[in-house]
Design a protein around this ligand. Structure first.
Ligand code: SF4
Ligand code: SF4
Length: 336
């Protein structure tokens, strides 16, 4: 896999898709960048200026049908925004920031640290000063310390740690706060991590971008074919999708393509670790073996699987058990 930790950009899509609870706009209405979206769900402000040309239903990140306004970009950066941005206050004694990429290929946090170490530290320091917080900790992997070590000396009250704590805030939120403080405007872009067998790209996009447009723009289809599963956010507990007509909203951080290869089961070394760790006492391996045998899947109580992902996590052969289990469960549910 190629690691590319520079941040690429795709900020001028021709169309943008803005989710709404119901449509309160007439077709051909002109809207302006940073104008508040009426009846918004996941995107609060229009990220571009343009014309609403139609509405469309697509699947959202929860696999639910969602209504979108389709905006044709006029590429005029006319801004309509009046609200003053203010830093929200907190009563925390310590600030614990999570910059730890939990899964091996995901690079969101380390990319932010690598590209914005100084800005992130400044923002943390500012939040601490405004809220009278005496100490902060940044949780990160050892390998990422080198990006921040050059600057950390100036901030004696910010410490680095490889320990992990609950109740932390993500480094992505610190980065968003940095942008809001700098530009005094709401967030209308985000950095997403696209992982294919050959590439690991971090791309800054406008919220509301169609994933398919992004994949075409960066020629990502050449890395994948119809045998790949598209997974949003996490291999361990993310959701897999059968479509790339997905809109980038604030809750999408990672797009992961993995091979939908049921033959992988042949790599099983029969160590039994997946069975040992399963909190329900299931035998995850069998769900792959019998993926096309609905009767057997039912006998093996596949419906009891709580999709915790522990079996995938411990498998020494790196078999994506949970992904296969999700598909098998879906088959049983729909009796395909
Ligand atoms: S994902 Fe399902 S089968 Fe795997 S460990 Fe969790 S409950 Fe067991
Ligand atoms: S943990 Fe992986 S290698 Fe071990 S029995 Fe389960 S599927 Fe096979």
């Amino acid at each position: 896999m190629i690691k590319e930790q520079a941040i690429l950009e795709y900020l001028d899509p021709k169309y943008l898709y803005v989710p709404v609870k119901f449509n309160d706009y007439k077709l051909n209405t002109n809207i302006y960048k940073l104008e508040k979206v009426k009846n918004n769900t996941n995107i609060n402000y229009f990220p571009i200026s343009g014309k609403i040309i139609k509405t469309i239903y697509l699947i959202d990140t929860k696999n639910q049908k969602q209504l979108y306004l389709v905006v044709l970009n006029n590429y005029k950066e006319i801004i309509k925004y009046q609200k003053k941005y203010e830093l929200s206050t907190t009563k925390l004694k310590y600030l614990i920031i999570n910059a730890y990429d939990l899964e091996p290929f995901i690079t969101n946090s380390s990319t932010l640290i690598k590209n914005y170490a100084q800005e992130l530290l400044e923002t943390i320091d500012y939040i601490m000063e405004k809220n009278n917080i005496k100490q902060s900790y940044i949780m990160l992997k050892d390998k990422d310390k080198k990006y921040i070590n050059n600057y950390i000396g100036t901030y004696p009250n910010i410490k680095l740690t490889t320990l992990t704590y609950k109740n932390s805030i993500s480094i992505k939120d610190i980065y968003n706060t940095y942008l809001e403080l700098k530009y005094k405007k709401p967030i209308i872009t985000k950095i997403i991590n696209i992982i294919t067998p050959k590439h690991n790209l971090n791309i800054k996009v406008k919220l509301g971008t169609l994933l398919k447009d992004l994949l075409i723009k960066f020629d990502i289809y050449k890395d994948i074919d119809q045998n790949y599963l598209l997974i949003i956010n996490s291999c361990i507990n993310g959701i897999s999708f059968k479509t790339d007509n997905i809109i980038i909203t604030e809750d999408i951080n990672n797009i992961i393509f993995i091979k939908n290869d049921f033959e992988k089961v042949s790599k099983c070394i029969k160590c039994g670790k997946c069975h040992e760790i399963c909190p329900i006492g299931l035998i995850p391996l069998y769900y792959i073996k019998y993926i096309n045998n609905l009767k057997k899947l039912k006998q093996l109580s596949i419906n009891k699987c709580i999709e915790c992902g522990l079996c995938s996590f411990v498998c020494p052969s790196k078999i994506e058990l949970l992904e296969h289990i999700k598909i098998a469960k879906e088959r049983v549910k729909n009796e395909l």
